[in-house]
Design a protein around this ligand. Structure first.
Ligand code: IPE
Ligand code: IPE
Ligand code: MG
Ligand code: MG
Ligand code: MG
Length: 307
C-alpha cells in the first residue's frame, strides 16, 4: 500500500509499528476509545437530547470503530491518533440507527437490548438526538491527528458515505421496496445494501490509509465486500437470531416486505453469497501479510456472529 501520488504520508508524524491485538481485545479498545470521544463532547450537557445521545451510543459491537483503528494500525498510526475518526463513525452509525428505529421507518422498540430513543423519550427527542450525532460525527473527524488535506478527504468521503449516494440513499430504497409492487433484482438489492450498510463500513476500513494519505485500493475492496456480507448476516439473523442475543426484534423483515439477499436467494443461498464476499475481502488483504490477521478475524466474525 504505497502513498497516493502527490501526498505526503508522514506529514510530520513518525511512522511506528503498532502492536496487533486479537479481535476481542481490539473490539473492546475500539468501543472504549469511541465512547470516550463521544461522551467527552457531551461534557456539561444534561438535557434530554444529550442524555438520548449518550444512550444511543452505548452497547454496540464497535465494529466500525474497530475497522478505523485497525486500518490505521496497519499504516503505523496509533489508536489515540485515529480515535476521533473511530468516534466519528460510531456517532454517524448511532444516528442512522436512532432514525432507522423511528415509527416512520422500521418502527422498532428495542435496540442493543434497551428501549429505542423514541420509546424511552419521544419522537422529537429521537430526531434531534440523531441530528446531533450526525453533526458530532463531522466535529469529531476534524480532531484526527493529521494534515488539513487529509482531514478534508476524511470529512468529504464521510459526507458522501452517509448521504444520498450512501447510507441515506440505501435507506430510501429499503423503505420504497416495502410497498413496491415489483420485486427488486439482485443488482438492485446489491445497490440498496451497499448504500444502507456498506457505505459506512467501507468508509471505516478506508479511514486508516486516508489518515496518512496512503493508497486505499485493498481496503476499499475489503470494506465493500465486508459491508455486503455484514448486511446479509444481519438479514439472516432477522430470521434465525435470538432476540436476547441480538438485542433487537427479529422476524420482522419478511413481514415488512424488505428486499434482502435472503428474500431473493433463500437462507442457504444468502449464506453462500456472504461466505464468497468474505473470501474476496480476505483475498484483498493478501499483500498485507500476517499484520492484517485481526482484520481477517473480523471478516470471519461478521458472518459467524450471533449478535
Ligand atoms: C446494525 O449494525 C445495523 C446494520 C447496519 C445492520 P450493528 O450490528 O453493527 O449494530 P451495533 O452497533 O453492534 O449495535
Ligand atoms: C439498517 O438496516 C441500516 C441502517 C441503520 C442504515 P436494518 O434496518 O436491517 O438494521 P437493524 O436490523 O434495524 O439493525
Ligand atoms: Mg432499516
Ligand atoms: Mg431496522
Ligand atoms: Mg436488520
Amino acid at each position: 500500500m504505497g502513498p497516493r501520488p502527490g501526498s505526503n504520508p508522514s506529514k510530520g508524524f513518525e511512522r511506528r509499528t503498532v502492536d496487533r491485538l486479537p479481535l476481542n481485545k481490539a473490539l473492546e479498545q475500539a468501543r472504549d476509545l469511541s465512547a470516550k470521544g463521544i461522551l467527552s463532547a457531551l461534557t456539561g450537557l444534561e438535557s434530554p437530547v444529550a442524555q438520548a445521545v449518550a444512550h444511543a451510543v452505548n452497547g454496540g459491537k464497535g465494529l466500525r470503530a474497530f475497522l478505523v483503528l485497525e486500518s490505521a494500525r496497519i499504516h503505523g498510526i496509533s489508536p489515540d491518533r485515529a480515535a476521533p475518526a473511530a468516534a466519528a463513525i460510531e456517532a454517524m452509525h448511532a444516528y442512522s440507527l436512532v432514525h432507522d428505529d423511528l415509527p416512520c421507518l422500521d418502527n422498532d422498540d428495542l435496540r442493543r437490548g434497551q428501549p429505542t430513543v423514541h420509546v424511552k423519550w419521544d419522537e422529537a427527542t429521537a430526531i434531534l438526538a440523531g441530528d446531533a450525532l450526525h453533526s458530532l460525527a463531522f466535529q469529531l473527524v476534524m480532531d484526527v491527528g493529521t494534515s488539513a488535506e487529509n482531514k478534508v478527504c476524511l470529512s468529504q468521503t464521510l459526507a458522501r458515505a452517509a448521504g444520498l449516494r450512501g447510507m441515506v440513499g440505501g435507506q430510501e430504497m429499503d423503505i420504497a421496496a416495502e410497498t413496491s409492487l415489483k420485486q427488486l433484482t439482485l443488482g438492485e438489492i446489491t445497490t440498496l445494501q451497499t448504500g444502507k450498510t456498506g457505505a459506512l463500513i467501507r468508509w471505516s476500513a478506508m479511514a486508516g490509509p486516508r489518515i496518512v494519505g496512503a493508497e486505499t485500493n485493498s481496503l476499499d475492496i475489503f470494506g465493500t465486500c465486508l459491508g455486503l456480507a455484514f448486511q446479509i448476516a444481519d438479514d439472516i439473523l432477522d430470521i434465525t437470531g435470538d432476540v436476547t442475543k441480538v438485542g433487537k426484534a427479529v422476524g420482522k423483515d419478511a413481514v415488512a416486505g424488505k428486499a434482502t439477499f435472503v428474500s431473493h436467494l433463500g437462507l442457504d443461498g444468502a449464506r453462500k453469497y456472504a461466505h464468497q464476499k468474505i473470501d474476496e475481502a480476505c483475498m484483498a488483504l493478501s499483500e498485507c501479510g500476517p499484520d492484517a490477521e485481526t482484520l481477517r478475524q473480523a471478516a470471519r466474525f461478521v458472518i459467524s456472529r450471533d449478535t
